[in-house]
Design a binder for this molecule. Structure first.
Ligand SMILES: *Cc1c(COP(=O)(O)O)cnc(C)c1O
Length: 380
């Protein structure tokens, strides 16, 4: 079936008792068992819940995987995937990975003896060079945040297979609608479902999907043991969001592409980062492994001191930490998502004071362009 059909009809068979078209929200912490010789499909709410199972099944179908897992946040999904490693093992990680993942590796998992190397994963030789005898996994994000660097997923999967590593991809920016890493040979896909999957800035949620049964068993053990599961109400909200994923992303992506081209031509803008632009590094790799450039772009002002003046004038995109909602969201990486990163490291990544990240929402294109134009007027 085509995408739009799968989005609407996967993950839930209509309730046989009532015919309810929307999945019931099962607020139950435990489930009565028929007998000690014959347990039912659900036992205890942390181990499994019908509303959660529906979301997990839906995400598995959409990612082209076999097993889905829903977590209480994107970070819970990522931390649970990282918990597949053991003390003494090492990961190679995209150096401009999400700030929370950076914090988890440098402030938490390092304390349990899990080590990491950050490398520019758009450079396959750099990945090879960073692999040691202790390396167990690659952790990748493409397009990366906030500069939208591109990593070749199929090439990374084959490097990993050669060295006996497993691969984790944070697919939050793309969603399975635009990019399906499992189909390219990746082992674990993780998401912040807070973003495009939920799509309405109304819930915090995370998802992981795998194909391999052994990995699934290990991840289920972590999910049940660590216990960072998504509650039934939030599972329902994410499923509600997913039903409109395609129409939202199609409309938002079209506006993002137009805004990127308009910003690129604007004299007050120094640089635009967007995988849909013809000069964007890695554009061909991205086009080959995904079906669109997405709805997030970044840009720098020509006026390097102009960030505060610009922000005071912007009215429509909300100044906020997040992305992927129906409302456009403007964020300022140096003071927001990447504030905890040392300045020197920010410079290496090209994250400067005048850089903004824009997640384009569903407002009218003309209103968005007009608003950015009047705010750009104020800067030098
Ligand atoms: C937001 C985000 C996360 C973290 O997700 P939460 O739901 O906020 O915990 C991880 N990766 C990326 C790329 C994100 O944008």
């Amino acid at each position: 079936m085509d995408w739009e059909t799968r989005l609407i009809h996967s993950g839930y068979d209509l309730c046989e008792h009532t015919g309810a078209v929307s999945i019931p929200i099962y607020h139950a912490s435990t489930f009565r068992q028929p007998s000690i010789d014959n347990f039912g499909p659900f036992e205890y709410g942390r181990s499994g819940n019908p509303t959660r199972q529906a979301l997990e099944g839906l995400m598995a179908v959409l990612e082209g995987g076999m097993y889905g897992f829903a977590f209480s946040s994107g970070m819970a999904a990522i931390s649970s995937a990282l918990s597949l490693l053991c003390a003494g093992e090492h990961l190679v990680v995209s150096r401009d990975v999400y700030g929370g993942t950076y914090r988890a590796l440098t402030g938490l998992f390092n304390r349990f003896g899990i080590t990491h190397s950050f490398v520019d994963t758009s450079d396959l030789d750099a990945i090879q060079a960073a692999i040691t005898a202790q390396t167990k996994a690659l952790f990748l994000e493409t397009p990366s945040n906030p500069i939208l660097r591109i990593t070749d997923l199929a090439a990374c999967a084959s490097i990993a297979k050669r060295h006996g590593l497993f691969t984790i991809v944070d697919n939050t920016f793309m969603t399975p609608y635009l990019q399906r890493p499992l189909e390219l040979g990746i082992d674990v896909v993780v998401h912040s479902a807070t973003k495009f999957l939920g799509g309405h800035s109304d819930t915090i949620a995370g998802v992981a999907v795998v194909n391999d049964e052994l990995l699934a068993r290990r991840l289920r053990m972590v999910q049940n043991t660590f216990g960072a599961v998504l509650g039934p109400q939030d599972c329902w909200l994410v499923q509600r969001g997913i039903r409109t994923l395609k129409v939202r992303m199609d409309a938002q992506q079209e506006k993002a592409a137009k805004l990127a081209a308009w910003l690129l031509a604007h004299p007050k803008v120094a640089a635009v980062y967007y995988p849909g632009l013809s000069a964007h590094p890695g554009r061909e790799v991205h086009a080959a492994q995904s079906s669109g450039p997405g709805c997030v772009l970044s840009f720098t002002l020509a006026d390097r001191q102009g960030a505060r003046a610009f922000l005071e004038r912007v009215r429509l995109p909300l100044l906020a930490v997040s992305l992927g909602g129906v409302e456009s969201i403007l964020s300022h990486p140096t003071t927001m998502s990447h504030a905890s990163m040392p300045k020197k490291y920010q410079e290496i990544l090209g994250i400067e004071e005048s850089l903004f990240r824009l997640s384009v929402g569903l407002e009218s294109y003309a209103d968005l362009e007009n608003d950015l134009a009047q705010a750009l007027d104020i800067v030098d």
